[in-house]
Design a protein around this ligand. Structure first.
Ligand SMILES: Nc1ncnc2c1ncn2[C@@H]1O[C@H](COP(=O)(O)OP(=O)(O)OP(=O)(O)O)[C@@H](O)[C@H]1O
Length: 253
């Protein structure tokens, strides 16, 4: 029997006034796959993630997750089913520690039964999975009890990924996890994602083409909200339309 996609987006459309931000977009993420979504600034990549998470309502199209139609489903219900995202600009509680932030996400997943969120980091049922998530993203243990406000940008990006992992995702939607990282931090994040994709399928939005071409099993290219090409890294690298529309602007590809 053919494998079912984890995520299937069919003919998605989103307009903002006269602007078509998502233009008849179809894409799939298969089990075990890292699917990269690339394209110029403003191509509609973040808008696509927003619709998959239920934060933005599409004007047309169908989104299926693990075979279920989730198009009209509220975000929390999608998270419960195993969808999890990170943001281009990190969204963390500045005053809480790294571990506290992840423990809160574990608590949110567990739902009721934990009454006082301030104690989240102290409860082993929250602490242990939180620490497991922090270890997976490679954040140094000495930084786990540091307030978020004192973390470097690179550490915040790692932490944001740990928060996304804490909800127990069956699909990760990553919006520019390399944004603002230095060369060595990007390489470290690439290796973290390489290990993660062995366990969790990933839809990756990213401008770092070294990372994209080294990690992706499949790449889809968005231009003005429309997918102009989808294929293996080799196919995309050699697609003349893609090179003309996007890759020629990017260094080293
Ligand atoms: N809430 C909104 N209202 C109006 N226009 C919007 C809104 N959100 C996004 N847009 C527009 O939709 C288009 C797609 O934006 P989006 O942020 O999805 O692009 P992107 O591919 O993620 O860009 P980048 O690579 O710069 O992050 C842009 O022209 C943007 O200005």
């Amino acid at each position: 029997m053919a494998e079912e996609p984890v995520l299937s987006v069919q003919r998605l459309v989103k307009r903002f006034g006269g602007l078509v931000a998502t233009d008849d977009l179809s894409l799939q993420v298969m089990p075990g796959e890292l699917h990269a979504l690339i394209g110029p600034n403003g191509a509609g990549k973040t808008t696509a993630i927003g619709q998959i998470m239920g934060e933005i309502t599409p004007d047309a199209g169908v989104i299926r997750f693990m075979g279920e139609d989730i198009t009209g489903m509220p975000t929390p219900a999608r998270v419960r089913r195993g969808l999890s995202r990170t943001f281009q600009i990190t969204q963390l509680l500045e005053d809480d520690t790294a571990e506290g932030n992840v423990a809160l996400a574990v608590q949110a997943r567990a739902g009721h039964g934990f009454r006082f969120w301030r104690d989240a980091a102290r409860d082993a049922r929250l602490r242990d999975p939180a620490r497991a998530a922090l270890a997976q993203v490679g954040l140094a243990e000495a930084r786990w009890d540091v307030p978020v406000a004192d973390l470097s940008h690179g550490e915040r990006k790692q932490l944001e990924l740990a928060v996304a992992l804490a909800t127990g995702p069956r699909l990760l939607l990553l919006d520019e996890p390399m944004a603002g990282l230095g060369a060595s931090e990007s390489l470290r994040m690439t290796e973290v994602l390489r290990a993660l994709k062995e366990r969790i399928p990933i839809l990756l939005v990213e401008h770092d083409m070294d990372a994209v071409f080294s990690l992706a099993d499949r790449i889809s290219v968005l231009v003005y909200g429309h997918c102009i090409a989808s294929g293996s890294p080799h196919q995309i690298r050699h697609d003349p339309q893609v090179r003309a529309a996007y890759l020629s602007e990017e260094e080293g590809v």
